[in-house]
Design a protein around this ligand. Sequence first.
Ligand SMILES: [Zn+2]
Length: 466
Amino acid sequence: MGIDAGFDMVPRLSNGAVDRHNWQSFIKLIREHYQNDDLVEVKPNYLEFKAGEHPLLPFEGHKFLRFSSKTSGSHAKGVEEYIYTVTRVAQASFGSRVRYWNEACDEYGFYSWPEVHESFESYEQRDEPVIPTTIAQFVFGCDPLAELNLDLFEIKSLPDKGRALVARFNIAKGKRILCEKPLFTTENLSPITLMESNIATKLKTLSKTEQRQFLSLHNNFPGKHPFSGIVKTNALPCGPGAVTSGVYPTICLINHRCLPNAHNNWNSDLQRETIHAIQYIRAGDEITIPYDQGGSSSSRRTYLQNAFGFDCTCTLCSLSPPELESSDARRVQIQLLDDSIGNPDRVLNKPSDSLADGHRLLQLLDEEYQGSAGALNAKLYYDVFQICITHGDLARASVFAERGYKARVVCEGEDSPETRKVKELMGKPEGHGNFGVSMRWKITKKMVPKGLDDVEFDKWLWRQGR
Ligand SMILES: [Zn+2]
């Protein structure tokens, strides 16, 4: 026996956009409030308060009827504060729909216990995610599902791979899977004792949960300097070529593949690392990003072994010898072309050759990455944009900027500074600093031909047959 207290949601929430959004905002507030509380655990489908009778808050609000617990007796220790706070936040979010009751005052819940237990059971089975409508995104200015990224993946232990991120649902190409703040950022310092003490100082400022998250990450360099080892194994640079890198509780669990299905990017505006699906990912598939620096399978494997301590056995590295040889030849060629395409002398004096290299690179990327070259495509389009703008060709420059923008949105989202930069150039290519250096190919933006089929248009775009 004991006295129950808590609240019921009357009437219950619908699964419509407004109720869904309000519930997710409410859950977000609760999560933020308790983010450093080890007794409030984030489960795949609900928040569990590990006190009293372990009341739950499901992530799908339309299933919710009651949040309550026995508040007296030996099992009730510490639960009253949770009941009180969660009720107060719920009242602020849902007003009189939140009906507080306390048996000590002869008040009883609205729903019957069989109904309530049935609702608890329904928490375990997730509905298919409701794709937010454009209107909902417009009204709320955000994607309601994106606020709870737990909707899209779960963390699983895979044989031989340790923890990994696995898609819970089918994920569309271009969808943001994660947007995560680093636990901390750091530089590679030497001597290593300095790095170790520097990280130790940073760790002290973190919550217990965050410290545990950091210490649970894989360390490929065990020994006298465990903190530096974890950082070296897991840190991701904050942007291409950056000296600072970040360590993340979830993103650092994403494994490598030489043909990955996701892209990681440092968004300097948000000061967060984002993960986007660069191809359609099926429910149950592992979410992967590349750790390698390109090149042939042997150079990738050597690098991965030295830097991360594993031998890559991904589908690409496990191809039959003749297939692997073709892939290696493409990858080596991709690296060579990628290096040569930006050579300023060549861009200035032999732009036709540079542009032809760009076209060849695009074909190789398509063959090698089967349409999921992601950021490599975005970079390529920006390079060929620069060739055209350097020689005054505003028509082709605007088309390449548009293609670059589309590739960039898939990998980084609309809010990435790089995406916004290339979007601006799409509308105003002459805003680029190289415009006017030469007028060898001078034409206006209006000269983009109309009515051509794709093949003819591409011939024009890449200046073939000239
Ligand atoms: Zn591999």
